[in-house]
Design a protein around this ligand. Structure first.
Ligand SMILES: Nc1ncnc2c1ncn2[C@@H]1O[C@H](COP(=O)(O)OP(=O)(O)O)[C@@H](O)[C@H]1O
Ligand SMILES: [Mg+2]
Length: 357
């Protein structure tokens, strides 16, 4: 190909072609490069150092490495704007000392990659949200199921249990029991009590079907629960701190239910600090929600247990029933709120209840 033929050929190529001499000056350029960089005439660029239109580029040592694999470079257009390009570098056949740069604009591809990365991140967020909703759904299904079973079993057991209880009373009344027998009667009575307690807890577990919403001061509810547990609190040398917001704290709640929820949380906190510690209750407003944080300095919750603690019958306590948090969860959710936990082994726990205002 003679030089004229080569020029015509270059202008018909869609990629931007630039020939650079061994001094690093632009020796030849095609129409596609002019279009890419926004120049009108080839003369505007001819004999300029290649570095003027290619950012952070040095020709030094490059010739020894030719042919090079495709490279990503940054061209600068007429106004100094960066244009990402993918470049093939080779030597020029008609002038072997020249280096040929054949560039393809990849700004569109870069943009697409950017958009794709964004979509990927969005997809990831949606997936996480979906998983949380699914877990919530499974949990609330489990709760509803437990509730239904609990209610039917509880009714079945309560009647015969009442009969047993009444018969025991009859036996005691008639002085028909001798010394030895009394010990056993007491055991029976204690166990009846325990079964009764379990039945009550199971019935509480069934999500309340009809809530009695009334405006009520949530701080008073918390104070009442603390007051009803003050003997245990002082016996175990637990220091209580009430860090309450001065904002209005009246919420529309079913007072009895919410009291039961806080009672379960506060009892758990007390039970985790048998040899003293701090129980801190903080309240604050967060947008349309009222937050109550119950923090203890007890033994904390094992990471592997965190996802199980709201499950019915999950308990790590000897003699624990494992329904307290299940009941609590049901009550808070039926108020349109949420309950979360933050905890580390041996570092204490914080239960965060949020209720709509
Ligand atoms: N404040 C807390 N500190 C440490 N562990 C807790 C706390 N609250 C709950 N847990 C864990 O969650 C489990 C379930 O609690 P809960 O449903 O109230 O049942 P129970 O108190 O009968 O064990 C507890 O057995 C305990 O392992
Ligand atoms: Mg409990």
């Amino acid at each position: 190909m003679d030089p004229d033929q080569e020029k015509n050929f270059l202008d018909s190529v869609v990629d931007g072609v630039i020939a650079v001499d061994k001094e690093g000056r632009i020796r030849e350029i095609n129409q596609a490069t002019l279009d890419l960089l926004g120049y009108k005439k080839k003369e505007d660029l001819l004999m300029l150092p290649f570095e003027e239109i290619c950012k952070n580029f040095s020709l030094k040592g490059l010739r020894d490495k030719i042919p090079l694999a495709e490279q990503g470079l940054m061209y600068l257009n007429k106004d100094g704007k960066e244009i990402p390009v993918s470049v093939n570098i080779s030597s020029r056949v008609s002038y072997p000392d020249d280096t040929i740069f054949m560039a393809r604009d990849i700004s569109k591809i870069k943009e697409l990659i950017g958009e794709l990365t964004c979509s990927q991140a969005e997809l990831k967020t949606s997936y996480t949200e979906l998983k949380v909703s699914k877990d919530e759904l499974v949990r609330s299904e489990k709760l509803a199921y437990t509730g239904r079973i609990a209610a039917s079993i509880a009714h079945e057991i309560r009647n015969p249990l009442t009969n047993v209880s009444m018969s025991i009373q009859q036996l005691k009344r008639g002085n028909r029991i001798k010394q030895e027998g009394f010990k056993h009667v007491e055991i029976v009575e204690r166990n009846i009590e325990r079964i009764n307690y379990l039945i009550t807890e199971l019935l509480n577990c069934a999500r309340p079907t009809k809530l009695n919403f009334q405006p009520y001061d949530i701080h008073t509810v918390i104070k009442d629960v603390l007051e009803s547990n003050k003997a245990k609190i002082s016996l175990q040398r637990i220091k209580v701190t009430e860090d309450f917001t001065s904002n209005p704290s009246t919420l529309r709640i079913d007072k009895e239910q919410i009291e039961r929820a806080f009672l379960n949380l506060i009892i758990n906190a007390i039970e985790t600090m048998p040899r003293g510690g701090n129980l801190t209750i903080t309240t604050e407003l967060n947008g349309n929600f009222f937050l109550a944080k119950i923090h203890d300095t007890g033994r904390g919750i094992h990471e592997k247990d965190i996802i199980k603690i709201f499950d019915p019958f999950f308990s790590t306590k000897s003699g624990g029933v494992g329904l307290g948090l299940t009941i609590c969860y049901g009550i808070i959710v039926s108020h349109g709120g949420t309950i979360e936990v933050e905890s580390k082994s041996r570092k204490g726990s914080t239960f965060i209840v949020s209720l709509p205002r």
